[in-house]
Design a protein around this ligand. Structure first.
Ligand code: SF4
Ligand code: SF4
Ligand code: FES
Length: 752
């Protein structure tokens, strides 16, 4: 940005478009301002969420005093500009552009998937083109099947939207333009990876050139009922729309101009608990089990309303309420808030994408939270952000955006957080007690224990000089760490004193909502009832428990997202069985529908007393998010005391790290027929040498009381002695695996 531009950015300006006086701010394009004022300018290549592509010329306008036609999608408006968007000359030019687009784009819309929602089809009609004016010799360009998506070069209008999404948003960087004049085409340079993130690239294709392979030829767009909702698979809670016909989900779409979906959100939709009817006998047993329960254990695949029902039942029945991941997160955030004085972290995804420097600590973020990775990628692509990735394991999928990898020893997260706080708060004024805590840190010892070199920290600190807009992303490795509460305080120092935009990525599903709504306990007592968790009596949406429950796409309710927003989730598929609310009513609560609890969510935690049906669920024409509401930040009591960093007990030898592959999160994503992943223990050659394991060998080990029978596989691209242990295939037991993610591998060989 030039000095002139940065000085003026945000300054109020007045622009007249088609006679309408529009107030706006400097830095916005003519197209942006027109859209803010509901003035229509046609576009073909414009995609709001990426930088202007400026390849189609449809958005041309005239600006008084400026010769020729101006591309409104990339031209910033100046104060006092008078713009015309409609006149014969402009329309003729647009018509000519459409004629060229239609050269050999077969207008055989009847067989095309995109028919009914195709930009080319719509604009061909809008500009009154009744026939194909020009033709060119047909070239033989067969359809390419790239796995999740298929590409038909004959339909491609080379708008480049898909390439920009792959580069600027998802960062898989698989799609490229292959220039060749009339024979130009899009190529997938990483076909072997079959990235599910390419679903997002297909979503933005304005024509039927890039489509979901599975959806192809299955339905006309206009036959599908669109049900807006939120993705329940991880804590991000992304906007999504179920597209349904005859009680079947055909595909998932999204408001792709402004939001994104990862592969799980897009393709893991077929996990409903189907063909369930009311089983009265099992229902009575469930009620009895609740009456006699010493503890109710539940997974994070639980809506805010269900969490509130469980909390109310706890108050009535006095059982212990257990949700391991949410409890770890709750403790972490409670400790965090003693430094900041607020119950929520300050960070947002939008600010993350606008950062000039990002630090990631304690998360394999590409797998843990794909949209967080997307926003880090945006910061990297748009602002050339420095990205420091601090983790015991390098991640190849992050290579193109990470500018500094800082490896630390598994287990030394507290030391790593202390070193980070010390480095980043060096020249910043902090209260005396905090300064003396930092001054007293034994840097040499912390550095030796964590294996983070002082020169690495100096390099990190140097890279931040002259930058502004810092973000820190922390994740699940920290929440269940034995020293989690102190780590939380160290991280919070950076929000409080160094002005970082901090995001504490929720560890799973609706863990953030649950952690705010429920008074959770630590220890299980007596007989247990499990909700999507195995127990003495199990309620299960997977259909393998003692009483069936609806899956997340079979129920209404709200989720709390990573952006601290309470968003609605709607019913995509019918469900014929009992729900938690039925049990609660029998036990003495009183609500006809689960969503009656939406307005009763705790206001003292930041929720609002709003009826479910009154929750909005859309982005406006310029991308303002009107989904549900934002939690109100609540005051928390301050207690800015820090402790000595504990000595760590290092891990010698072979270590395993609980981590699911990208797009897999739980038994529910595992049900998806489109996302097939093999659950194997994946380690390096070095890991194989240390453990004396052979590629393909069967082993057994136990974590958190859950027994794993796994095949060990060598991944030659991995290094070090930490192997990846997926948990998504462990059915309901997955919810029990919530202790510290690294552990020593203690195994038996099969047959012993
Ligand atoms: S595949 Fe679709 S999005 Fe990509 S360049 Fe072609 S028309 Fe545009
Ligand atoms: S990032 Fe999480 S919430 Fe968003 S689409 Fe993916 S799984 Fe769903
Ligand atoms: S929308 Fe401006 S050039 Fe395509």
């Amino acid at each position: 940005m030039s000095i002139h531009n940065s000085i003026n950015k945000g300054k109020e300006i007045t622009v007249t478009i088609d006679g309408k006086v529009c107030q706006s701010t400097f830095g916005k394009t003519i197209l942006n301002i027109a859209r803010e004022n509901d003035i229509y300018i046609p576009t073909m290549c414009y995609l709001t969420k990426v930088q202007p592509i400026a390849s189609c010329r449809m958005c041309i306008v005239n600006v008084e005093g400026v010769d020729g036609m101006i591309l409104s999608c990339q031209e910033k408006a100046t104060d006092g500009a008078v713009v015309n968007t409609q006149n014969d000359e402009l329309n003729k030019e647009r018509q000519n552009i459409m004629k060229l687009y239609n050269v050999n784009h077969p207008l055989e819309c009847g067989v095309c998937d995109k028919s009914g929602e195709c930009d080319l089809q719509n604009k061909t009609m809008e500009f009154g083109l009744e026939e194909q004016a020009f033709t060119a010799r047909d070239q033989h360009r067969p359809v390419e099947n790239w796995g999740h998506v298929s590409y038909d070069p004959a339909l491609c209008i080379m708008c480049e939207k898909c390439v920009r999404v792959s580069t600027e948003i998802t960062g898989d960087e698989a799609l490229k333009v292959k220039f060749g004049g009339y024979g130009s085409t899009i190529v997938n340079t990483k076909q072997d990876k079959n990235y599910a993130s390419l679903g997002e690239a297909a979503a933005v294709c304005p024509v039927g050139a890039l489509v979901n392979t599975d959806f192809k030829y299955t339905s006309n767009a206009w036959e599908l009922t669109k049900i807006p909702s939120a993705c329940p698979h991880c804590g991000a809670g992304c906007q999504m729309t179920y597209e349904v016909k005859n009680e079947k989900i055909y595909r998932i779409s999204n408001d792709f101009e402004f939001s994104n979906l990862c592969g799980a959100g897009r393709y893991a939709f077929d996990y409903a608990n189907e063909n369930v009817s009311k089983d009265k006998e099992s229902f009575s047993k469930a009620v009895k089990a609740f009456e006699n329960a010493g503890s109710v254990i539940f997974s994070s695949q639980t809506s805010n309303e269900e969490a509130l029902i469980l909390q109310k039942l706890k108050e009535e029945k006095r059982f212990k309420l257990i949700s391991h991941e949410a409890r770890a997160y709750q403790r972490f955030m409670q400790s965090y808030s003693t430094i900041t004085g607020k119950n929520l972290y300050n960070g947002t995804l939008k600010e993350l994408s606008e950062s000039r420097a990002v630090i990631i600590l304690g998360s394999k973020v590409n797998d843990d939270s794909p949209v967080v990775k997307y926003h880090i990628n945006m910061a990297s692509k748009w602002h050339r952000a420095r990205v420091a990735y601090m983790h015991p394991l390098e991640d190849r999928e992050m290579q193109s955006i990470v500018t500094q990898f800082i490896k630390y020893e598994a287990g030394s997260e507290e030391g790593a957080a202390a070193l980070l706080a010390d480095t980043l708060l060096k020249d910043i004024e902090v209260p005396k007690a905090i300064r003396s805590f930092l001054d007293d840190l034994d840097i040499g010892n912390l550095s030796a224990e964590s294996n983070i070199g002082e020169e690495e920290l100096e390099a990190l600190s140097r890279s931040l000089i002259k930058k502004s807009g810092f973000s820190l992303v922390v994740g699940s490795d920290l929440y269940a760490h034995p020293r989690a509460e102190h780590i939380a305080k160290l991280v919070a120092l950076l929000e409080e004193y160094a002005g970082f935009n901090v995001i504490c990525v929720p560890p799973a599903g609706n863990a953030m909502g649950i952690s705010l709504i429920c008074d959770l306990d630590d220890e299980v007592e007596g007989k247990t009832v499990g909700y999507n968790t195995p127990a003495d009596f199990t309620l299960s949406a997977l259909g393998d428990g003692d009483l069936d429950m609806p899956s997340m796409n079979q129920q209404e309710g709200t989720l709390t997202t990573i952006d601290k927003r309470v968003v609605p989730m709607n019913v995509a598929l019918p469900y014929g069985g009992y729900v938690l609310n039925d049990i609660a009513n029998t036990l003495g609560l009183d609500a006809e529908y689960t969503i009656e609890y939406t307005k009763a969510l705790p206001v003292e935690k930041g929720f609002e007393a709003i009826e479910f049906d009154a929750l909005p669920d859309y982005f406006d024409s310029v991308g303002n998010e009107n989904r549900g509401y934002l939690l109100k930040v609540q005051k928390a009591s301050l207690k800015r005391t820090l402790e000595d960093v504990a000595e760590i007990e290092g891990f010698d030898g072979a270590v395993i790290y609980n981590c699911d592959p990208t797009d897999q999160f739980s038994a529910f994503t595992d049900k998806s027929k489109l996302l097939k992943d093999e659950a194997v223990l994946l380690g390096s050659q070095q890991f194989a040498t240390v453990t004396k394991l052979k590629d393909g060998e069967n082993i057994r080990y136990t974590l958190d009381g859950v027994v794993f029978d796994r095949v060990f596989k060598i991944d030659t691209s991995m290094k070090g002695t930490i192997a990846l242990n997926p948990t998504f295939d462990m059915g309901l037991s997955g919810a029990l695996l919530s202790s510290y993610r690294f552990s020593r591998l203690d195994f038996e060989r099969a047959g012993k």
